[in-house]
Design a binder for this molecule. Structure first.
Ligand code: GDP
Ligand code: IMO
Ligand code: MG
Length: 425
């Protein structure tokens, strides 16, 4: 935690690295927790005291009373899904309205954006992105086209603005010959969600965050998705539609580059990807199935199987570079507990050529591995790094050396309590 600074916690692979868990663990140290990008395509899992929550739009700092949580201007928000998520938390006893502020500049996901998401995917045939179907792409496209609706729009003359945009979308869908949809029920809930959102402080969150920084308060920016899903730096076009990298913190919260403090890059001891697109480390054999099964690698939002593979140093080095990662956090080491050997991808190979730097297009490249001994020890009950078996310590050391960045936190299970801070050398 750095006083008067924004620390960023960023997924640095294909998402689902465990961001929610770590943000929840870090929250006691911070005054403000803010989401800066993405929307309900995210699914951030938090487990503590026998309770489990999967957050989509609400920051993972929400469980700590007295901390301000912010949905920043870089986010997109679906009022119906937001209402469902918030009501679940309220029912569990968390008073959201006193601790959650939403940027007036965040863009609204309309029911018709979700239909457009389906229509664009259908039109892509075999080149589908495999989106979460939450209307993310169409909403960010609309933002860039300067035709979108923002949260602030719900405060005045909303109905006319909504009807006009909906009509525009209906025309677009008709042009695409995508007419098999019925949003009647969805729209009813969505409009209820808009009413519900009016009960929250809808504010100029960039002003609030900068004021907090001037007062010497600390801010944690919670990433969504991961670097390889970033619209600029990911495996385009198989990406999401926002800037998930560190630069996105500045634009998505309205903070200057100089306010960024630590940049935590979070990754798993292996790799996963959900949705379509190149994934050089993907395992199609029983090893991949075993990682999926032990790691419960099924999408938190869509329930889809996550594709699994070994850790990818080419991708991690690239992500560390574009984000300026200062500390690494390694999750899910425990999932590899029973493997006799572990592999790490050190290069990509195609047509007899090898590269250790991220190619423009990762399609068709295959992974070149280095093999390391497994630890074959149960890590899940361990509470300090002293207890780690030597082979696990060696794996951590190997990654730190290859990535030239310290791994300061190691997670050995999904619970808040299974988080080990490493002593700095
Ligand atoms: P996020 O989107 O980055 O917040 O990550 P997700 O919540 O989508 O996926 C991470 C999954 O791994 C969740 O099911 C977590 O409960 C679980 N998890 C997090 N850390 C660990 C860990 O160290 N070990 C194990 N076994 N599971 C973990
Ligand atoms: P968290 O925050 C993993 C993937 C989708 C798809 C692509 C585009 O939980 O890590 P979109 O709906 O955004 O247009 O889909 O991005 N994707 C994610 N994969 N974790 C996520 O979020 C993701 N959000 C989007 O599967 O391949
Ligand atoms: Mg997730």
């Amino acid at each position: 935690m750095t006083q008067g600074k924004v620390d960023a916690l960023l997924g640095i692979v294909f998402g689902d690295e465990g961001k929610g868990k770590v943000v929840d663990c870090f929250t006691p140290k911070y005054d403000v927790v803010a989401r800066f990008a993405g929307g309900p395509n995210a699914g951030h899992t938090i487990i503590f005291e026998g309770k489990k929550f999967v957050l989509r739009s609400i920051p993972s700092g929400i469980f700590d009373e007295g901390k301000l949580n912010i949905i920043g201007n870089g986010c997109v928000i679906a009022p119906d899904l937001f209402m469902a998520e918030a009501k679940e938390l309220e029912a569990a006893g968390y008073d959201l309205k006193s601790r959650l502020h939403i940027s007036k500049r965040a863009h609204l996901i309309l029911p018709t954006h979700r239909v457009l998401d389906r229509a664009y995917e259908a039109a892509k045939g075999k080149n589908k992105v495999g989106t979460t179907g939450k209307g993310i792409g169409p909403t960010y496209s609309e933002k860039a086209s300067r035709t979108g609706l923002r949260v602030g729009d719900i405060l005045e003359g909303f109905d006319a603005k909504y009807q006009a945009l909906k009509a525009r979308h209906e025309q677009m869908l008709s042009d695409l010959h995508f007419t098999e949809y019925d949003i009647t029920d969805e729209e009813k809930l969505w409009l209820e969600g808009v009413e519900y959102m009016r009960q929250f402080p809808l504010t100029d969150t960039e002003v609030e965050i900068n004021q907090a920084l001037r007062e010497g308060k600390s801010v944690l920016a919670e990433g969504a998705q991961g670097t390889l899903l970033d619209i600029d730096h990911g495996t385009y076009p198989f990406v999401s539609s926002s800037n998930t990298v560190c630069g996105g913190v500045c634009t998505g919260l309205g903070v200057a580059p100089g306010t960024i403090g630590e940049v935590f890059g979070i990754f798993k001891a292996y790799s996963t990807r959900v949705g379509a697109g190149p994934f050089p480390v993907e395992l199609f054999d029983e090893t991949g199935d075993k990682i999926r099964e032990i790691g419960h690698e099924y999408g938190a939002v869509t329930g889809r199987d996550r594709r699994c593979g070994w850790v990818d140093l080419v991708a991690l080095k690239y992500a560390i570079m574009v984000n300026g990662v200062t500390q690494l956090i390694m999750m899910k080491g425990d999932v590899l507990d029973t493997f006799p050997t572990i592999k790490a991808c050190v290069a990509y190979e195609k047509d007899g050529q090898q590269t250790t730097t991220m190619p423009y297009d990762t399609e068709g490249w295959r992974a070149v591995y280095e093999e390391l001994p497994g630890w074959q020890t149960d890590l899940t009950q361990m509470t300090s790094e002293d207890a780690f078996p030597q082979a696990f310590k060696d794996y951590i050391k190997y990654l730190e050396t290859e990535l030239e960045t310290p791994i300061t936190i190691v997670s050995v299970g999904p619970d808040r309590a299974q988080t080990i801070e490493r002593v700095k050398a």
